[in-house]
Design a protein around this ligand. Structure first.
Ligand SMILES: *Cc1c(COP(=O)(O)O)cnc(C)c1O
Length: 851
């Protein structure tokens, strides 16, 4: 039919009684408060799904009559008022937990990240990093931390994924209408929109500021899609992780430089700055520039900036670290460099990573511009300190400043409502204040097994329904027949969720080895086709559109899922997002993760599974390396070899063995009640050991105690009295750097081979200080019992005392008298390193010399 179609949206008038629904739709509180989302759902379930669980769009499209009806329905109103009361109370009173992390009254943490994942209705995230950032904000809000977050408002966000009949991933991008998102423009007092300027080569780009409410905290988002910008510059905030390296550098300039200006424009004064992954590292340059403009020299400005800065690195995979070619940096920072009063060489040196050759490395900049650095699990902290050993070249990796805070997940977001209700009945509402209290969670054992199991089964049925719908939609769209669909779905019966189901869903990056399970297809076929003990595997996940090998993995799994012997037992579900993630981690029995060791920095989906009683079967990498206690799941022990092919084979074998000998027998060990009580026992043990440790409240509390509070204090220490400390520290570091190559130690006494118990060991050293003073260094003896060397025991440390200059202009004499407290063989070492009382970490200079 010819002719034009005009579109029109008719918006309801919201009845006065329900007016505060819009308030609920405009606070990301809804992203973790299930009852709030239920409220919208109840108004019109079909519309709620049709609008992608987006409350703002929902309120614009819902039928007027439905709203009027609800506004006169006592049952609905009761829920509505209960939710408003919970919301108001939440805003008035942050939770009080026993070990409440606190900051000073005037403190404010500014948290920068390139992506934020709050909810599927707000598509400015791609995967784990974004969801972690969202969880960090949510927990900061819960705990009442003075906190503000900064990111970019992407027009298209990350792509939506469909998978065609051949298993090809198709990426589609949809423009968001910002009116649909839970954001509002930031306005000045005069009502005009707040915009900030970022200088790019030959032009100035404008970025508009938006704000999202997240309970107690605010997320500021920058957007360059404005008529005053050129077509090219409007596209800077077009797509998350889209575009080439030019787009990438511009995005990071808008985030880092524009982000600082945005906070200034909003009248905020952060005292702690958190760079969450290197994408946001340019904030360091902008903050240093501000101080240089106030009259500081660059080095003092960098000290002042770094003192209050925390940097978290999130991946050991090299491609995850941004490196910009020098020419590109010089092009984009041409006018910025003079404002730092630096020459080009010194500017480029800020991003120099000696072990990786040329290029401006954002991780290196972030390390140089921060004094608190961490990885995201114990294993990853170790890997990161080794990867970055070249930034503190003389310091052994286990002593450099890189440490770790293990990731955790936001419990209200990722714990199923059914569990919350059960906890309310059996543990009392106070469980919400006890999230990190490990002893409290032993009470999980008080929940009767059959009730515990019935919640697991209910969640599994919901998951099965969700997956069936998605698979059916996918199959029909790809032109598949109904008979074929019936075959595909025959083991996914929501009325009989008794089949063992294993889930695997995450980004399809190759190091995550999504196809490890298919290493020996014949063996797998035997495992899953056992008549009495069938197993179903459900896969989901997106590969980055530029990642061909990642997309091949999707194709492989799709192909296997369509082979007759695997049909119905292996599924590849399209469109992985937070909604599907929740359904899967709640509902499958086992959560599988088999990355290539040690490349999984933390991983969080297994934590989400664990808190819901889904049992982990994973490689001992990332968070699981410290979460696994021998009983709360199953561990694939990584083969620590340089041969990835062998590792793959061995670890696949181990995976099959665990499935054959442990997982499947335990699950199908039906007792007289028709389910496996041993399974329930393991699941309970898993839930009670993991929930109190791998939650975001514990994580944010650790950030506050380990980093935010010290960084706030350090910031004051070096900036007080007109930046005296920053000047002193910068000058001292320069002096030390110059003198260090001429520093040397010699031992003056004869090292005795034996000592009687009770006798003193007197060590005398001649130390060439090359112009430094005795107070500028620490001379240290590290002492340990033989045999302790290999275990993790920290050596004891004793400091030498200076006895002044041995002879005029010559070496200093340092002496240590010490009386060993035990007998046996003792090993000791002697070293010297620079020391200043204003250092945030004793080894931040990276200098150290051993005798
Ligand atoms: C939790 C989550 C992730 C992170 O999963 P990992 O297994 O840690 O990589 C990625 N995507 C979504 C949608 C998630 O909910």
């Amino acid at each position: 039919m010819p002719g034009s179609v005009f579109s029109l949206e008719v918006n309801p008038k919201i009845p006065a009684k329900l007016a505060r629904l819009s308030e609920l739709a405009n606070d990301l509180w809804y992203s973790w408060d299930r009852p709030t989302r239920e409220l919208f759902f109840r108004l019109d379930p079909a519309l709620w799904d049709a609008v992608g669980h987006n409350p703002k769009v929902f309120l614009r499209r819902v039928e007027e009559a439905r709203l009027v009806e609800a506004s006169q329905d006592r049952v609905f109103l009761e829920s509505y008022y209960r939710i408003l009361s919970a919301y108001d109370t939440y805003l008035l009173e942050p939770v009080r937990q026993h070990d409440q992390p606190t900051l000073g009254h005037d403190d404010l943490v500014a948290y920068f990240c390139a992506e934020f994942g709050f909810h599927e209705s707000f598509p400015i995230y791609s995967g784990g990093l974004g969801i972690l950032a969202g969880d960090h904000c949510k927990a900061a809000s819960d705990l009442g931390i003075p906190f503000v977050a900064v990111g970019l408002l992407y027009r298209q966000g990350y792509f939506s994924q469909t998978i065609d009949g051949e298993g090809n991933q198709l990426a589609s991008y949809t423009d968001s209408d910002f009116a649909d998102l839970p954001v509002l423009p930031v306005l000045q007092d005069d009502g005009n929109e707040v915009k900030v300027e970022i200088e790019l080569p030959g032009r100035v780009v404008m970025a508009k500021l938006w704000v999202a409410r997240v309970g107690h905290i605010r997320l500021y988002l920058l957007d360059t899609d404005l008529p005053e910008n050129s077509e090219e510059d409007r596209g800077i905030t077009h797509r998350l992780y889209g575009g080439d390296i030019n787009t990438r550098i511009k995005q990071e300039m808008v985030l880092g430089i524009g982000g600082v200006r945005a906070l200034r424009a909003a009248g905020l004064h952060p005292t702690v700055w958190h760079i969450n992954e290197g994408h946001a590292a340019f904030q360091i340059l902008e903050r240093a520039r501000e101080l240089v403009a106030q009259g500081l020299d660059f080095h003092a400005a960098l000290e002042a900036t770094a003192a209050a800065t925390v940097f978290t690195t999130h991946t050991p995979v090299p491609a995850g670290h941004d490196i910009f070619p020098h020419e590109l940096m010089l092009e984009y920072f041409r006018d910025f460099i003079p404002q730092l009063k630096l020459d080009t060489g010194a500017f480029l040196a800020l991003g120099h990573k000696p072990a990786e050759g040329s290029g401006f490395n954002q991780t290196a900049l972030a390390v140089r511009g921060s004094r608190y650095q961490n990885g995201v699990s114990r294993i990853h902290g170790g890997v990161s300190s080794r990867m970055m050993v070249d930034l503190w070249p003389q310091v052994p990796p286990d002593e450099n400043p890189m440490t770790y805070v293990t990731n955790g997940v936001h419990i209200p977001t990722f714990l199923a409502q059914e569990w919350m209700d059960l906890f309310d009945s059996y543990l009392g509402g106070e469980w919400r204040n006890k999230l990190s209290d490990a002893a409290f969670w032993h009470r999980i054992d008080q929940i009767p097994d059959h009730l515990y199991w019935s919640v697991r089964q209910a969640l599994k049925s919901q998951m099965i329904n969700h997956v069936r719908e998605r698979l059916a939609h996918q199959h029909r769209r790809n032109g598949g027949s109904e008979a074929h669909l019936d075959r595909l779905l025959r083991y996914l019966d929501p009325l009989d969720p008794s089949i063992l189901m294993v889930g695997f869903a995450r980004r399809f990056a190759t190091y995550k080895r999504a196809t490890l399970l298919f290493e020996d297809p014949e063996r797998l076929r035997r495992i899953i086709s056992h008549a009495e003990r069938p197993v179903v595997f459900i896969f989901a996940g997106k590969a980055h559109p530029a990642d061909r090998p990642g997309q091949d993995l999707i194709r492989n799994i799709h192909a296997i899922a369509h082979q007759p012997e695997f049909e119905g037992k292996v599924h590849m579900v399209e469109g992985y997002d937070m909604g599907l993630a929740r359904a899967l981690v709640y509902g499958v029995d086992v959560w599988l993760n088999n990355p290539e060791y040690p490349l999984e920095a933390s991983g969080t989906s297994g934590e989400k599974a664990g808190i819901n009683g889904t049992i982990n079967l994973s490689v001992l990498d990332g968070w699981w390396g410290e979460g696994y206690d021998g009983h709360n799941g199953w561990a694939i022990k990584p083969l620590k070899t340089v041969d990835p092919f062998r590792a793959r084979q061995e670890e696949a074998n181990s995976l099959y063995e665990l499935l054959e000998e442990q997982v499947i027998p335990l699950y199908y060990q039906a007792g007289k009640y028709g389910y496996s009580t041993e399974w329930v026992k393991k699941s309970k043990h898993s839930m009670k050991t993991l929930l109190p440790r791998f939650n975001a409240a514990r994580m944010v509390g650790e950030y506050v105690n380990k980093f935010y509070r010290p960084a706030a204090r350090q910031g004051v220490r070096v900036t007080a009295e007109d930046f005296q400390g920053a000047h002193a520290l910068a000058q001292w570091k320069e002096r030390v750097q110059v003198a260090w190559p001429g520093v040397g130690i010699t031992r003056l006494d004869q090292a005795p081979a034996r000592l009687q118990f009770g006798q003193q060991l007197r060590i005398e050293l001649a130390v060439q200080l090359n112009g430094l003073q005795a107070e500028d260094v620490r001379v240290e003896c590290l002492f340990r019992h033989h045999g302790d060397l290999r275990n993790r025991e920290q050596p004891r440390s004793y400091l030498f005392r200076s006895e002044g200059e041995a002879e005029a202009g010559g070496a200093h004499r340092f002496v240590l008298n010490l009386e060993p407290e035990t007998c046996g063989r003792i090993d000791y070492k002697i070293r010297i390193y620079p020391y200043h009382e204003l250092l945030a970490h004793p080894h931040e200079t990276g200098l150290m010399l051993w005798l």
